[in-house]
Write a protein that binds this ligand. Sequence first.
Ligand SMILES: Cc1ncc(COP(=O)(O)O)c(C=O)c1O
Length: 415
Amino acid sequence: MSATGFKPHGSIPAWFASEEGMLLIGGCGAASLVDEAGDTPLFVYDMAVVEAQIRHFRDVMPPDLLLHYAIKANPYAPLLERMVPLVDGFDIASGGELTMALAAGQAADHISFAGPGKRDDEIAAAIAAGVTLNLESEGEAMRALAIASRTGVTARLVVRVNPNFDLRGSGMRMGGGARPFGVDADRAAALARHLIDAGADWRGWHIFAGSQALDPLALIETQAATIALAASLSEAVGATPPLVNLGGGFGLPYFPGDARLDIRPIGVALGEALATRPPVLRDSRFALELGRWLVGEAGVYLTRVVDVKDSQGERFVVVDGGLHHQLAASGNFGTVVRRNYPIALANRFDSPPADAPVTVVGCLCTPLDRLGDRVALPPVEVGDLVALFLAGAYGATASPTAFLGHPPPCEMLVG
Ligand SMILES: Cc1ncc(COP(=O)(O)O)c(C=O)c1O
């Protein structure tokens, strides 16, 4: 906290500008977007930002690398439909996401289904549709084989491996210890061999070590270790995997002091690692599976000021949104210390800040519902629009929207 009591917030992405003081999103004023959507709170997703991110990925990554979108980050239907031709596959995590991916027009053989706790009906639906199952355990594998043999369909199966390393510095660790995700590395080859012998269509490996990393070197190290692990497992199986899903982990600069991830060195290192890969992987394809990095920066959450009140020398700005739509920005979705996401007053975007901080709180009756803690904003009035940035991933569908019976947020796609 500074001497004047302000706390910093994350950087607003550099491309945001304003016209006559009004924040522009995809070239449109925030207030007109709210009018068009009909209400606040509103998530606006700018497809041009997503497209630019994907273009950048294609420019700097090895040419044959496949790009999969983990739709858990944002399954908004109009966005999914636009994603289909831009990426090489969707990763899903439930029967519900299977329905969404197919409804968006994604081909079943470009969909992979990962995640623990798949029920028999979800496995059956995926096998019937021709979707690839990323198996999280031996038990799940046996259920998938039994369902496939009962229905007479050859199952497309990948073994998800719990690697013996994690992604250094990642916000969410998903390997390198006892985990509910994947089969421990020392048992993965035996399972793949069993699948092949049972007549399944073994599609390869899924090795996802972590999420939300901002250090290129950590990602480079992890990708190298992942390729080495995939090679040694494949040698143990005695077969070339058609696909090696190297996981993802590309993070976003949500917080003060975070720098935007530079993916260029990752592309160079991955190009070299693939060019010199062991012979057992010579005929394999490789994929990265990204969620937030593709869509997070494209989203802005707009919420209207309902009340401005003072309490014991502190000013509170109360908005009609909150953690029921933006759990992550409130600091309650996997963060240890609460820090401020990028935030601004959308309708006075270029005005200087007031000389005292304000705390932006949501409309839920819990002290956890804070969207901006002692932040610098221009003087705020009832009716103003507060914008939270980096809101395109893990917002509407990763928050407790039913809590306290408030309406779901509006969503719209521009660009
Ligand atoms: C298997 C799997 N794939 C992809 C993702 C997406 O991660 P991110 O949005 O950080 O890219 C996750 C996140 O938890 C995951 O568990």
